[in-house]
Design a protein around this ligand. Structure first.
Ligand SMILES: NC(=O)c1ccc[n+]([C@@H]2O[C@H](COP(=O)([O-])OP(=O)(O)OC[C@H]3O[C@@H](n4cnc5c(N)ncnc54)[C@H](OP(=O)(O)O)[C@@H]3O)[C@@H](O)[C@H]2O)c1
Length: 298
């Protein structure tokens, strides 16, 4: 089932099957819109990459990072580990007044600035982007995410309000962040937009019914980010997806953690994702790496 070569539609070896699909999409759009060419419906013309474009540049000392959901779990770890690398971190949290660990970390590290941000509040995203207008952001890291609660996603008892909440945080949040911060990223040196997805969103890997809404949200954000990879290619902005694998954060309640063989610590999972974020370049934009560095099937 898994054909790793076909994970990334922007890479040359991934183009064969996609060509038919995209030609089909263009044809359908032409039919729908009265035979007019529709911008975006066509297969994108290949972008010439220079040797420089193909170099994967690590996110290190002096880089400016903006991370969502930085008060706990993986977002907190990203903040800690990037700051330890000498990067500057705009660490956003929904409720900074309750973010004790993050505030303590920021107190000892002048490279960390804490900002309030709920990623479902689009006006707040716009305001934060305006506040940092003119500040290049080397790495925009969409980390904040919710599972939606397993109890809300049992077939037969589906909570349809949960779907909206999960999509608001996991899909619309990253999309709006990328839209509002695109200039900041475009004007930076590293130009990376990375979203923390999940292998739960990998349709090719599903083997059991579980977490309908959460899985759908991660599939959806993967699709949005592949679109964005095409969109931003000419602007030399790199778009990537990473997943930590099962990790012992609040995301997985304590009783379940014991049942997951090989569950990672947040420290290890973050280190793994950072190694993969370093690997992104324009040559592999639109790729979805799992924590081991393998490409996750769509
Ligand atoms: N842990 C895993 O096993 C695992 C596996 C695969 C993927 N992931 C992904 O990894 C990412 C981080 O998860 P985690 O394990 O660190 O989970 P976590 O410990 O539950 O932390 C989630 C973070 O997201 C924030 N958040 C939730 N809703 C938000 C909103 N509306 N606006 C801003 N921030 C919001 C939370 O802030 P509050 O404290 O304010 O709620 C918290 O900082 C998520 O995208 C998740 O899907 C996790």
């Amino acid at each position: 089932m898994t054909d790793k070569k076909h994970n990334n539609p922007l890479m040359p070896e991934g183009n064969l099957d996609r060509r038919d699909l995209l030609t089909g999409a263009a044809g359908m759009a032409a039919a729908l819109f009265g035979g007019q060419a529709v911008a975006g419906a066509h297969r994108s013309a290949p972008v010439e990459l220079s040797d420089e474009d193909k170099i994967a540049k690590p996110v290190g000392e002096g880089a400016q990072i903006l991370v969502t959901g930085a008060n706990r779990g993986l977002g907190f770890e990203f903040t800690k580990q990037y700051a330890a690398r000498g990067a500057k971190v705009i660490a956003t949290a929904r409720s900074p007044e309750r973010a004790d660990a993050l505030n303590a970390l920021a107190k000892d590290n002048p490279n960390i600035v804490v900002e309030q941000l709920d990623v479902t509040d689009h006006a707040a995203i716009e305001a934060l982007a305006a506040k940092y207008e003119g500040t290049p952001v080397d790495l925009l890291l969409n980390n904040a995410g919710i599972g939606g609660g397993i109890e809300n996603q049992f077939f037969g008892k589906m909570n349809y309000d949960t779907f909206d909440k999960v999509m608001d945080v996991n899909v619309k949040g990253p999309m709006k962040m990328c839209e509002e911060f695109r200039k900041h990223v475009q004007n930076s040196t590293l130009k990376k937009m990375v979203t923390v997805s999940s292998s739960q969103g990998s349709i090719g890997s599903v083997r059991s019914p579980l977490l309908y809404w959460y899985r759908a949200s991660k599939s959806a954000v993967n699709m949005c980010m592949v679109n964005l990879a095409y969109q931003m290619q000419r602007k030399k902005v790199i778009v990537g997806l990473v997943t930590p694998g099962a990790t012992a954060t609040d995301f997985i309640p304590e009783p379940f953690r014991k049942q997951i063989e090989g569950i990672q610590t947040p420290e290890q999972a973050t280190e793994d994702m950072m190694r993969n974020i370093d690997r992104f370049s324009l040559a592999n934009t639109g790729t979805f790496f799992d924590y081991t560095g393998e490409i996750v099937p769509w």
